[in-house]
Design a protein around this ligand. Sequence first.
Ligand SMILES: [Zn+2]
Ligand SMILES: [Zn+2]
Length: 584
Amino acid sequence: MKFWRALAAVVVLTMMAGGIAMAQVVLAKDGKSLYRIVVPQKAIPSERYAAEELQRYLERISGAKLPIVTDSEPMGSHEILLGDNAHLRKLGIQFDFAKLGTDGFVLRTFQNHLIIAGGRPRGTLYGVYALLEEKLGVRWFTPEVEFVPKMERVELPVLNETQVPALEYREVFWTEMMRDPDFAARHRLNGHHYRLTEKHGGRAVVFYPFVHSFDLLIPREICEQRPEFWPMIGGKRVSGYVQRCLSNPDLVKLAIERVSQWLKEHPEATIIDISQNDTGNWCQCPQCKALDDAEGSPSASIIKFVNTIAEAIDSHIRYETLAYQYSRKPPKTIRPRPNVIIRLCSIECCFAHPLESCPSEENRRFREDIQAWQLVAPVLYVWDYTTNFAHYLQPFPNFEVLQANVRFFVRHGVKGLFEQGNYSPGGNGEMAPLRAYVLAKLLWNPDTDVQRHINDFLHGYYGRAAGAIRAYMELLHRQVREKGYHAHIFEPPTVPHLNNDEFLDSAERLFDEAERLAESEEIRFRVQVARLPVWYVKLATNRVTGDERADLLRKFLSIARKAGITHIREWQTLDDWAKKMGAE
Ligand SMILES: [Zn+2]
Ligand SMILES: [Zn+2]
């Protein structure tokens, strides 16, 4: 046993030495390169863009601008081969592109060549980003802050690896990721809300409509004419922002017509959403109730309704519905048709501790529901929550569960993950740039080294203040980790893990230190933005009074406005909040 272990170590060392000493690929040296970038003659836009991105960044790293040619030219001695390339066949190399799917890729060195070959439409572009990021050390922290290393000698070890993401649909719903589609693509995010175009390989999913669609499907004006379409609650039909009576045959007929119309009007859609409004108020008329009671959940009426529409319309389109709040439990016997996606929502859960292990009743119930859906949903997506929605600027101690939860979802067969955060126009919610960055890394690879990404980001974004910010994060998470407090997404700033002297005083000291350590005004400002949540708790809990309060509020608003923050919570602007707080 020991002998084998020793031998294995020697083999690894020899390979590493070989990789470094005889690096097969020296992409550039002293500002010059022997290489050219070769794209297929029939490259799709994202493969041509992949070549341009590679050219751009390699030039910034090495000073050498590599030419871009097509594979109709004769094979050269030193090539970077992109995509399904004719020169691969000259080298006698074949890849099973189907296995790479739409987003996966191979990175491989072969003789003097480097191969970046991905599935269409996004794989090759993602392969270029993986090379730049994981092999050459480029970092994209925010659309404005990136790190590009400068190297006199750009070399690669022997490479032969394949990456195919576990999640087909990856969406970090934070402003930091949404405001720049180039940036989202660099993080290999492919969701609905990014303005991804052909050059990025487009989006993996295009919804129409985007969730909570009952008002659009059966408009209120129609229900005014046909009151029996409204849900029956407590023995009478109830109007307003409510659900619909899904067992009414005329309503079902109308819904089928409406969805057929949508398909004509929105040829870009790949998924039609038929899902409950963002409220309770579901129908309990005798027909609806009888089915839901027999099936043990109001999801029965919804799944039956969606199935009926999917069955009536002859199309390969996929449908989506929510398993959300009152509909979170699957029905006992009714099964979603094969082209119906279930999007399960974790809104009630504790996010201070992993979904998998938090002993709270809400997390225990969520575990039950996801296990049940995993067995019956043809495709399972999850809508997950990663900030406090009542207070975007309140410290939210969830960094220690992000990886555990993404892994938990993937282990339960989830194929698409939507991570909702502060998506307001101004963004800059609590630790938003860091959280968006870490989530993107996790959605690509749930087993990635999160601590390394956090450290990379803190050093890249906060410079010399990184250590103090890290200490603040540790202080915040210690409040829930050690004292056993749970954390939910609508909690007020008065919760004991935030509204206590030990936390607030220590946090202020760490941010004083961070501001002192910051090496530039630009970095000091980033630290001040990260500090706002501590002041937010002090202001919102009235821990400061009189002139001290007026002063802190003034400082808070001045930094928040300079940072472009527009919203204090999902439905309240910063300006409205400022008025309510008595700002002059
Ligand atoms: Zn009904
Ligand atoms: Zn908990």
